[in-house]
Design a protein around this ligand. Structure first.
Ligand SMILES: CC(C)=CCC/C(C)=C(\C)COP(=O)(O)OP(=O)(O)O
Ligand SMILES: [Mg+2]
Length: 438
């Protein structure tokens, strides 16, 4: 994982944006929303998260409230994690229960600090269950060290500082078992190992990136070839940490994903790799893209592969035809874009400190629109907020027009992932710090 942030959070200004400025979705009624509440909802039980907690006013009207409450109606009980009695029991009653060791002291308790970016529209989340966080953290380290040798010993602090257990528990509170959570956690680590070791400052470079990414992609989307060449290809999958990580994480994912969920993931990862390549090509020629070009690149170099496995991690399936709906694709793209621009904002100071010019939205706005660093940063906050409003409006519209319980649960899962992602960035003071703009 890349360098930790150099300093603690600095701001003490209010957390949430006051209100959207723009009707986010052309042609759709826009509903202004109040600021997000500052107080998190009640903490969830370990498994699963609490049944239909009171929904803070998020301002999307009835439709999104319904998303957040989860599926309802005849025949939907098996889709609703909060209503499944076997999931309401303690760990020992779960299918394939994980053998929990002595629960360590919850690391989340100490680490969950940090302040939101002033004016950033977001929703607070319940503190992730510390028992789950501790156990996922323990298991992921064993996987990274013993199973795939994802990082050398000298990167251990950075691996720990990444706090991936806290990240994934916050983003997937409805995961029915720890094994489901581990599926998301391994993929998250593998995705970051590839980014760090191939693209960024842990040995990465734009030079030769296409060849490395393509071969790594075959760990997700395997080569079908002749008997003569198959063994040589299989060997390549073990030849470096990125490929070992992808290969193993995908193997676990395939144990719980349906074929169409696996195909969806491969497609999202191909998108991601295309985004990495555009970023690298621009770096090689010192090209600073126009803002719209940057946003297009960042729609691909994006968190999208993470929220789109929310159904697999939740133990159900959004069928391919519902996933492919243009309205669903818009929701997913907007969610991915909002979460990724949130990363640009939280990682701004870290990236300023990295060698060369590291593109992120504030940097590109400053360069291309002739704004000061502060003006550009504040404008990037507005872009983020508009993406969030558009995401929520699109989700509410889809929930109203297609109230299939699987659609509703998926929309809720994506919204929860967005919120968990914000929580993780905000609280990861090891890795990120805010600029001194307020
Ligand atoms: C987890 C995943 C699919 C990541 C792919 C893209 C990616 C690494 C990000 C969206 C995070 O952006 P960035 O590379 O800027 O990360 P840091 O700012 O270094 O945390
Ligand atoms: Mg970043």
């Amino acid at each position: 994982m890349p360098e930790p942030g150099p300093s603690p959070m600095q701001s003490s200004l209010p957390a949430a944006a006051a209100r959207p400025r723009l009707p986010a979705v052309p042609g759709l009624p826009f509903r202004p929303r109040p600021p997000a509440p500052e107080t998190p909802q009640a903490a969830p039980a370990d498994l699963p998260a609490p049944a239909a907690p009171p929904i803070p006013e998020r301002g999307h009207g009835e439709a999104l409230e319904r998303i957040m409450a989860g599926p309802s109606g005849l025949g939907t009980a098996s889709l609703h994690w909060a209503r499944r009695p076997e999931l309401s029991a303690d760990l020992s009653a779960l299918p394939a229960p994980p053998a929990l060791p002595e629960p360590p002291q919850p690391p989340a308790a100490a680490a969950a600090e940090g302040r939101p970016i002033p004016g950033l529209y977001h929703h607070p989340v319940p503190e992730p269950d510390p028992v789950r966080v501790a156990e996922v953290s323990r298991r992921i380290k064993r996987w990274a060290v013993d199973e795939v040798e994802a990082y050398p010993p000298e990167w251990e602090d950075q691996f720990d500082g990444f706090s991936v257990g806290r990240y994934m528990v916050a983003c997937h509170p409805d995961a029915p078992t720890l094994d489901h959570l581990m599926v998301a956690t391994r993929l998250m680590v593998a995705e970051n190992v590839v980014d760090d070791c191939y693209c960024e400052d842990h040995g990465g470079s734009p030079v030769g990136l296409g060849g490395r990414l393509l071969l790594a992609h075959t760990a997700l989307d395997p080569l079908h070839t002749t008997g003569e060449y198959a063994p040589a290809w299989a060997e390549t999958l073990l030849s470096d940490a990125p490929r070992r990580s992808y290969r193993s994480a995908m193997e676990y994912f395939l144990q719980v994903a349906t074929p169409s969920q696996a195909d969806r993931y491969r497609h999202d990862m191909a998108r991601l790799h295309m985004g990495y390549l555009a970023e690298a090509a621009w770096a090689q020629t010192d090209y600073v893209p126009q803002v719209a070009e940057y946003l297009a690149m960042r729609q691909f170099n994006n968190f999208r592969p993470c929220p789109t496995i929310t159904d697999t991690v939740g133990g159900y399936e959004l069928p391919a035809d519902l996933h492919a709906l243009p309205a669903m694709q818009r929701v997913i793209a907007l969610a991915g874009n909002a979460t990724t621009i949130a990363n640009d904002l939280y990682s701004y100071t870290k990236e300023l400190d990295s060698p060369g010019m590291h593109l992120n939205l504030p940097v590109v706005i400053a360069e291309r629109e002739g704004l000061s660093a502060k003006e550009a940063y504040l404008k990037a906050v507005e872009v983020h907020n508009d993406l969030m409003y558009a995401f929520e409006a699109a989700a509410a519209e889809l929930a109203a027009s297609c109230p299939d319980p699987r659609v509703l649960r998926f929309l809720k899962g994506v919204a929860t992932w967005v919120d968990g992602n914000h929580y993780w960035h905000m609280t990861n003071t090891y890795r990120y710090s805010l600029p001194d703009f307020w």
